[in-house]
Write a protein that binds this ligand. Structure first.
Ligand SMILES: Cc1ncc(COP(=O)(O)O)c(C=O)c1O
Length: 417
């Protein structure tokens, strides 16, 4: 049932939020107290779930409880041959079920950056081999690729994927046309960070397999945002985050590897269990705090109880509404097709002129100002020489918050005109 229930969440919107009735999107119903199930400061208009996620209170408590349990019996809880391995296997089960993975085919890591690095730094490249990605790549991943290429005498190249984009055909074609005879590895985002697009990864992996090119999917944003079948993507390697759209504690990510390639892929930390099996190696990387991983099931249960479909529908509908309504309001162009088929729970739009020409330092200062003066947490990013804003929609967000963000952007833009 799709009801106009956003008003129930208005308690979370800050003073000054005014909704124009004509602008109300259709959103699935959410419990009236949804926003207060998170710990976010209600004085802040928080439109940046995309960067680090945010944990619901109940997940925070479960995480804290795991820390307490570990400290009450450190050996029993974390030593792999005592309780540790079993606890991690239990924690992995709902992750496996959600993303259709076999438990033995993925390991838990701290974040997507670690997963990507584990793959890149396990692979061997020859002089002349090429590591390819797109110009939408996340900067930390770009650096890791450049580092590995530099150390092994390989080369690094970015294929240009146009933005604004006309649709997935254009994206798939640009990437496939950009593969070369020396391309050994393609790193492709599932959901891009600066431009917030869902890339058609299955089409791209198919083309790569036909050419004998391995594919590492950077799925930092996809788990939870998309109904994800990790092996079904056709990737050779898939690194994902759970602390973003699965709302797990920070420090929760995973790396899935095609069974045929697991022998060659090792964690960044080589420890006791080298060559004893992919999942076992990843299960012990030295003494560390595994409490975030052990709390993952609580976050998945929290979202499952709300209803995964409902959560995704709400987030997508809100992002789609922003995608359709904000460009008119701010007099900027839409950057992907109006039907929203390339959008999940986020949307990127150019800042209105003249703020679209802010450089990185100025964009950072403006973001800081939005926070300090207006208590608006919304990322601004400079990509390909232009400054963009990105709106993330999580179930605790409301249309009123997005309208408030629009009013603030208009205000700071008008000051510059
Ligand atoms: C596309 C993409 N890749 C990788 C990352 C890195 O995530 P983390 O810092 O959790 O490793 C991010 C973070 O926002 C991202 O958006």
């Amino acid at each position: 049932m799709r009801l106009r229930r956003w008003k129930s969440a208005l308690a979370f919107a800050t003073l000054g939020d005014v909704m124009n009735a004509a602008n109300v999107p259709d959103l699935p119903a959410m419990p009236a107290d949804i926003a207060s199930r998170w710990m976010l400061d209600p004085r802040i208009t928080f439109l940046n779930h995309g960067s680090f996620g945010a944990v619901p209170r109940i997940v925070f408590d479960a995480h804290t409880e795991w820390r307490r349990r570990i400290e009450s019996e450190p050996i029993e809880r974390i030593a792999p041959l005592r309780g540790g391995r079993g606890l991690l296997e239990e924690a992995k089960k709902p992750v496996a079920a959600l993303m259709r993975m076999r438990g033995d085919d993925f390991g838990l890591v701290t974040n997507a950056t670690e997963g990507v690095n584990a793959v890149l730094r396990s692979l061997e490249f020859k002089a002349g081999d090429e590591l390819v990605t797109t110009n939408h790549v996340y900067n930390a991943v770009r650096k890791a690729m450049q580092y590995v290429a530099r150390r092994q005498g390989a080369s690094y190249r970015e294929v240009v994927v146009a933005f604004p984009t006309r649709g997935e055909d254009e994206i798939a074609q640009a990437v496939i046309d950009g593969l070369g005879p020396r391309t050994r590895l393609l790193v492709i985002d599932h959901v891009t960070s600066p431009t917030a697009l869902i890339f058609p990864v299955a089409r791209i992996t198919r083309a790569c397999r036909e050419r004998g090119i391995e594919v590492l999917i950077d799925g930092a944003h996809a788990p939870g945002m998309l109904d994800l079948d990790v092996p079904g993507t056709g990737a050779t390697y898939y690194a994902g985050n759970l602390h973003k759209w699965c709302c797990a504690p920070k420090g929760s990510g995973f790396l899935w590897v095609d069974p045929g390639r697991q022998r060659d892929i090792h964690p960044l930390i080589i420890s006791h269990h080298l060559d004893e099996g992919f999942a076992i190696e990843f299960g012990w990387q030295g003494t560390r705090d595994v409490s975030a991983w052990l709390a993952i099931p609580e976050s998945l249960k929290f979202l499952a109880d709300l209803g995964w479909d409902r959560v995704r529908q709400y987030n997508h509908a809100l992002a789609l509404w922003a995608h359709r309504w904000l460009p008119d309001r701010l007099k900027v162009q839409q950057c992907s097709p109006a039907d929203g088929h390339l959008l999940g729970s986020m949307v990127t739009l150019p800042m209105p002129a003249p703020l679209d020409s802010l450089d990185e330092t100025q964009a950072l200062a403006m973001q800081r100002r939005l926070y300090d003066e207006y208590q608006l947490e919304m990322p601004l990013m400079v990509w390909n020489g232009r400054c963009y804003l990105r709106i993330a929609a999580q179930v605790y967000n409301t249309p009123a918050q997005i309208e408030r963000a629009a009013s603030i952007v208009e205000k700071v833009v008008n000051e510059r005109r």
